[in-house]
Design a protein around this ligand. Structure first.
Ligand code: PRP
Ligand code: 7HP
Length: 179
């Protein structure tokens, strides 16, 4: 049996696909209501945000630029190393742009905190943040995304872009992983 099937004994569905899809539409409406209908530069944090980013930019509609930052702090495990490493920079300048940092999850908060400052250093017109998942029980820095899809308990989750050792990103739902 495939390690990513519903039959995997290590995973339990936490947020089904339909709820994610409905919430992404709502988030897009909230974000457009806040930023307006002008251009938004969406900056997806790789790798985890790639599926959320793909769904969100289509839901946002209107003029949208897509940029990505390659970042990693978990290095394959279930605990943050506390060191945020940028492995791939933005391809284009964002000076004067209204930017939206797109994250799959805020856990310790270290990544979002670091990236917010990093982006502000590039002189954008504004930086707003969206995270599909928020795990507030695990914070090491006080930060909350401007827009949050779901608040989840302090458990390790996989699916919809989130991985464990690079597996499970392709699940269409969010699941709790228990070894
Ligand atoms: C994950 C996730 C966020 C970050 C959140 O990335 O995608 O970017 O951790 O955690 P934090 O709030 O504790 O900083 P990871 O380092 O696992 O890399 P990946 O996205 O390539 O899986
Ligand atoms: C990073 C991360 N990656 C996958 N699942 C989680 O619960 C995570 N928290 N932070």
């Amino acid at each position: 049996m495939s390690a990513i099937s519903h039959g995997d004994p290590n995973i339990r569905v936490l947020i089904p696909e339909e709820r994610i899809q409905a919430r992404v539409q709502e988030l897009a409406s909230e974000i457009r209501a806040e930023i307006g209908h002008g251009p938004i530069t969406c900056i997806g944090v790789l790798k985890g945000s790639f599926i959320f980013m793909a769904d969100l930019v289509r839901a946002l509609g209107g003029p949208v630029r897509c940029e990505f930052l390659g970042v990693s702090s978990y290095h394959g495990g279930t605990r943050s190393t506390g060191v945020v490493r940028i492995s791939e920079d933005l391809r284009h300048p964002i000076e004067g742009h209204h930017c939206l940092l797109v994250e799959d999850i805020v856990d310790t908060g270290l990544t979002m905190d670091y990236l917010r400052h990093f982006l502000e250093g590039r002189k954008p017109a504004s930086v707003r943040t969206v995270a599909l998942l928020d795990k507030p029980g695990h914070r090491e820095v006080e930060i909350t995304a401007d827009h949050v899809g779901f608040t989840i308990p302090d458990e390790f989750v996989v699916g919809y872009g989130l991985d464990l050792g690079e597996l499970y990103r392709n699940l269409p739902f969010i699941a709790v992983y228990t070894p």
